[in-house]
Design a protein around this ligand. Sequence first.
Ligand SMILES: *Cc1c(COP(=O)(O)O)cnc(C)c1O
Length: 488
Amino acid sequence: MSEKQHALIFELSEPGRVSYSLPDLDVPEQSIGELVPTNYVREEPPDLPEVSELQLMRHYTSLSNRNHGVDSGFYPLGSCTMKYNPKVHEDVARLPGFAHIHPYQPVSTVQGALELMYELQNSLAEITGMDEVTLQSAAGAQGEWTGLMLIRAFHEANGDFQRTKVIVPDSAHGTNPASATVAGFDAVTVKSNDRGLVDLDHLKEVVGNDTAALMLTNPNTLGLFEEEIVEMAKVVHEAGGKLYYDGANSNAILGITRPGDMGFDVVHLNLHKTFTTPHGGGGPGSGPVGVKEELARFLPVPTVVKEEGYYRFNRESERPDSIGRIKPYYGNFGINVRAYTYIRTMGAEGLRKVSENAVLNANYMMRRLAPYFDAPYEQHCKHEFVLSGRKQKKLGVRTLDIAKRLLDFGYHPPTIYFPLNVDECMMVEPTETETKETLDAFIDAMIQIAKEAEEEPETVQEAPHETVLGRLDETTAARKPVLRYQKS
Ligand SMILES: *Cc1c(COP(=O)(O)O)cnc(C)c1O
């Protein structure tokens, strides 16, 4: 269908043309007024296009083709990357015994579902090196908040009411300082050094007896491993603080190292990133939280427990120090099913391979792109890396232009202008599942864009050229959105 036809779907309207056929009426006819209170009835019929079934079908199919998704092309968006989404997980999540159960059903009738939750709690505890896990929280950010509330409950139980500060590195994901604030703490920034890692001396300066926790991800959001993590953990623990691990993107560490072994006390995972549930369109998500033994008594209730071969939810009376419920029912169960299926299909060896390949792919791309873009840090990266568009900026080509030009090649651009501590930042996460050919094709596109920046910068500055719509005024689109068809 031509673009013209698409754009003019409303104008294609022919009075009386319909896209459906209904059987003859075999019940007494009633007027709208008899069915709906008259004050709700329209005076005029709505001004909808009257089109044929095929015109309608092609309209929606054409709209869906305008979306870029991981099923249609490479999607190297650093940090929040859509990772591996095996389709077999959708089959498993739709098995009637999983999909058609109800949270109010007696637990004796859903033992299989409870067993899955119990096993998943244990697997995630093993993977992260924690002692207990709750599956309740529905997102990474809610996991962060939950984890910080647990730390808060721990300090308050010790009478440590002066611990009001949560230390967050300047490269952190934006949800970290936000969650700290929502949990009632003051977020304090610790600087990164010129190797992109937490500045240990500065950490020692900001740590004190008012420290509730250090919130960290390792590898950090620059894709770099915090080599001094053991020393950092010691500094924070000696001051009486706890260590919180943001495990939203754990693709670099599975089966290789564990937050619990690095000295972390609390961790959240994003099952909708690392553990395969697709997360386009804002959800649903799942952000399980794991804790070390001494924090377990504060966990939300219920978690699933096993007693003489029988699974059940524990009661509030069994966990009197619990911070309470943080979500109705028991978490997003369908996402648990996908994560559990993934862990069981991969096995321990498979999970380790995920991380080895994620790290290999990222380093391959970084080294091949480093001659053309600034790679601000010398050391090997983990599952993702950052480049800076500083060189191109001097030629009048901004990182935003590079991202827009990538659309012409059919790629989703990397994350741009984040983390904030790298000028003209591009953050690339190729993931473990892409072929070498795909990585090479993306690298070639990036190299071509770097050449264009030198030889014909307008091509990049005015991109995209091949998409349905050219460069949008994103600010106006956000502030004054036009959401309905308007007759010209
Ligand atoms: C995505 C992400 C989060 C937040 O997860 P949500 O499910 O979007 O709330 C937190 N930290 C990091 C590093 C992330 O990538």
